[in-house]
Write a protein that binds this ligand. Sequence first.
Ligand SMILES: [Zn+2]
Length: 651
Amino acid sequence: MNIGGGWGSFMRLLLIITLLMTLLFPAVPVMAGEASTGLSYDVKVQVDGDQVAFPDQKPFINTGTGRTYVPLRFVTEKLGATVNWNQQEKVAIVEKSGKTVKAPVGSNEPTVNGQAVYLDAPVRLINARTVVPLRFMSETLGTEVKWNSSTKTVYIKVNQAAGETDASPGSVIEITADVLNVRSGPGTSTPEIGEVIKGDKLTVFESSQGWYKVELSDGSMGWVSGRFVKVDDAQDSPGVMQAVVDATNVNIRSGPGTDHNIIGKVDRGERLGILEQAGNWVKVELVQGGIGWIADQLINIEEAEATTPLQEEQIREELENNQDRGENYPPPSEEKEEEQTDWQNYDSTVADLEVGEDNGVTVATVNTTGALEHHIFTLTNPDRLVVDLKGVKPGDLAEEINVNSELVKRIRTGKFSENPDIVRLVFDVKEPVMFAATKSKKKDGEELTLKLYVPNLGTHLKGKTIAIDPGHGGSDPGAIGSSGLKEKDVNINVGLLTANLLRQNGAEVILTRSTDAYVDLYQRTEIAGRGGADVFVSIHMNAHPKRGYSGTSTYYRRDNISGLGVSQADNRLLAQQVHSQLMQSLNRRDVGIKQANFVVLRTAAMPAVLVEASFISNLEEEKLLAKDSYRAKIAEAIAKGLAYYFAQKES
Ligand SMILES: [Zn+2]
């Protein structure tokens, strides 16, 4: 039966197939030979620049194989193929321009014009609908497929107009001419503003009339002709999913269950390739080679492409725990301070440490018998302020000093390193604090005065211009919770609350949207840039196919993205300040400070963070997100984090 002739007949057939499937397959069958770790519906499909609406079965990514699936009707409707369905053998027969694909449900070996090909993503039945692997079908039928992981969109070119370019925003092009002019607009009549050379790789922001708007190495934007570039395909395949270990000292077993032997150990942050899943166990590839099983509640599943979150405090934490002087002490920092080594010969000793309180400010004064250098940083979860006194021996400094001021519980002290000498003071604080330090010379040594305080929001927010970007909106609902709560609605509410609070404290606020409107991602940072924003905060709620996932994360730009010249140290500081306030006030699981190549993070011309305050896909957090009081808490934490950021910048 040929059903390529009309949509009506196809719909009727689909209905019949659906009914048959429902009768034949009461439960969703999982096909043998395929990893089925989970399905993520966080994927969009564009054909020739138009977003495709899927009225019933939505496209999804199999998080085990990284393959995107679409319903079979997409193949006829959008790719213009003819589909025959052999009900008896359960084979989809797809034909277009001389190619015939026969794909039996569940088989890893469909045939193309009679030739068997291997496929890691067989045709499947999901919710009694036939779904097909998008890339295999599209490419076999002669259409071009691109995947952009930052927009989670599959771009398909069916009809390529003459002279039209084919690299979608977010993809990377490589220059093929020896030297190529960069112009201020799409066309040779616009002024030259620079040059690129053969082999340069550039990210595409938009395309027009055969020209690409690209980001240059200095962070500025310009246009290059599409005639002298090729699309870098390495970036275009969907990322393979990885298990990221989310606990310490986790057992790897020989099989899926605690009755199997322990064959290894892994630690928090390690990334393992996912091979398959059985029940609550995931089969993984170990970094050192070999294969084992890990319990799924001890991992997060992430796209392999994402960088390992660079959590500076985690690195510092390791250093703190490591009493040996690490090779990379002091912690790696973007602004390479002049390497100070003089202090290694100071030969000072702590003479005394006094702590007092003045109007809510805790003041600590350290006197040493000789010269000292200091290095101060904060740690979260629990909140601490760490002061390293370099070139100094502890003398008879008490190991623990009970302070119990408004902000400080106690100070723990210790010899962090000997020869060279470093004394470490750890202030266990009751909430995230700001600090100021002054050092002065005394007759017989030096004095370091530390002030620990909570900044007044108004003092630090007054006169600042802050862009608040409530994620999604309009036709894009974002993630949807099981009660039907839409991420876009939570985001706009939290965004408006944050804006109010910031304005009350004297800041100027630019909202990228103040209503339920769809705003393009690139427009969002443009709006912020036009308004002269000092910082950019994008507000989102997280979602994961696993309902058990919960907690708070804050993102900033990845290190390998040039990011319009914005200092990575500022991005990180902003992320740290906002994240520690969110942790303090929401008190949810700490998913961490992470780095990602999100469009809004890499196209912001000012320090930018993206907040995933809680998981709307988690029942408990969805309930919290429905509450005004919880939304207000998120807004307060963001405003406070911003105040801390500016306070730190000005100190
Ligand atoms: Zn979102």
